[in-house]
Design a protein around this ligand. Sequence first.
Ligand SMILES: *Cc1c(COP(=O)(O)O)cnc(C)c1O
Length: 511
Amino acid sequence: MPSESSQPLLSESTPSLRYVSTRGDAPRLTFSDVLLAGLATDGGLYVPESWPSLPPLDELAHLPYELLAVEVMWPYIAGAWPKDTFAELVADAYASFDHPEVIPLVPLGDPDENLWLMELFWGPTLAFKDVALQLVGRLFDAELSQRNSQVTIIGATSGDTGSAAIEACKDKDTIDIFILHPHGRTTPSQRRQMTTVDSPTVHNIAIQGSFDDCQDIVKALFGEAELRHRLQLSAVNSINWARVMAQIVYYVWALLKVRQALGGLTQLAFAVPTGNFGNVYAGYCAYRMGLAEGNADTKWADRKRAGVNRAGANQADTRFIVGTNVNDSLNEFFETATLQTGQVTPTLSPSMDIMISSNLERLLFELHHRDATATTAFMKRLRQTGKASVDPEQLAEAAQIWSSWSCDDEVTLATMRQTYEQTGRLIDPHTAVGLKAAKSHRLKGEPTVVLATAHPAKFPDAVKAATGVTPQLPPNLADLHERPEYYDVLPNDLSAVREYVIQHSRLGRSE
Ligand SMILES: *Cc1c(COP(=O)(O)O)cnc(C)c1O
């Protein structure tokens, strides 16, 4: 008998995955809400409530990148959109990449060295951030359209990362984007990658001040509750779960390619040049989804029969080598179990000039066995004293799959020069840090994939200094220095920027 309070029937599809905060005090959210939320309300980062499993690797082995991407990400998305809608967004995102394989894996040196570069830089701004942002921009737009709402994205850049956000958010009905850069303090190539984008919804602002001034203005605008609400201020920063998710795919992709090239595989190392820990953390997610299990067909099966779970296994089949520049708090953490804040030193690999890596909190949550109270206490100690440690047992567990290495600019340049002399390949300074870490830590002949995070032409000065060669821009960007530029110069003044954003944003003008 129907009761008056009967609820509408719940959807019969599989329940969708929920996301929880690393600090344990924020609502559990669906994918759609996590996508738009960014940081959790308790200051934590969202992670999936449980780790879905990868499909059997044999079923994935021959898929092109954009189809593999759908299969790997689908368990995180299911429930948010129909699968074919998601597949269209993914296909569209990776059609913007200027390489038929999207992400090519190229052998470095002799084939029997078993060393590969994974070129993540064929997107519109020549750096790996495009892999995630090209998709996330489209996901934002799809979700906002569905909700019939709009956002205003505001960010600051010192030159290298603003362009990826602009390329991701341009020409979207639901998004206005404002990027502040320090006037005259970026290289012409960096500026032009942002300012030559001709779109009525993209606004480049050159601030008469430093990068820190730009950041302060952005922070202050986010701090104004009324403005924040009126303009629906938002960011697509590297703590967004969807960015991590999109990066999981290429770890699976690399494993499939290497497995194919070697006719089987029992062990694989990834060397990752690291700043905010977003890229390499995505590798860890792939590992938790069963990358190792599928990879070492027999070994893992044996261990599973013996009842050894992954966390207790004493040998990992997939492992991660973290490379940092002299801003080496991560390297110190993996060596000593202590994370310590400190001054940032500018280097030749500026996208890794970071001392506190925001995404590390997600790994800390796992090292604390998903104990949100302990994770919160760690973050509080770090904030209050500039220093916090995990216990040695936690670290020993981590050491099974993690190792790290740091190098200074001199070693970075030497690595670039050596690579050019020995292989004829130009690599960018970030990739060089990863390659040096690989060479320092891999076992002889151990299959190793180095993540190449930027095209050499993105950092021409360092490449020229190391090798004497000026790297050429790829054909689609060859005329970058002839294109018209669109940007406005504003004083280092909060109210001037506030007024500008209100005047130039659709949400600001509409009142
Ligand atoms: C952002 C960036 C990195 C660091 O990536 P994280 O996810 O912050 O660790 C490395 N190299 C390049 C070229 C980058 O743009």
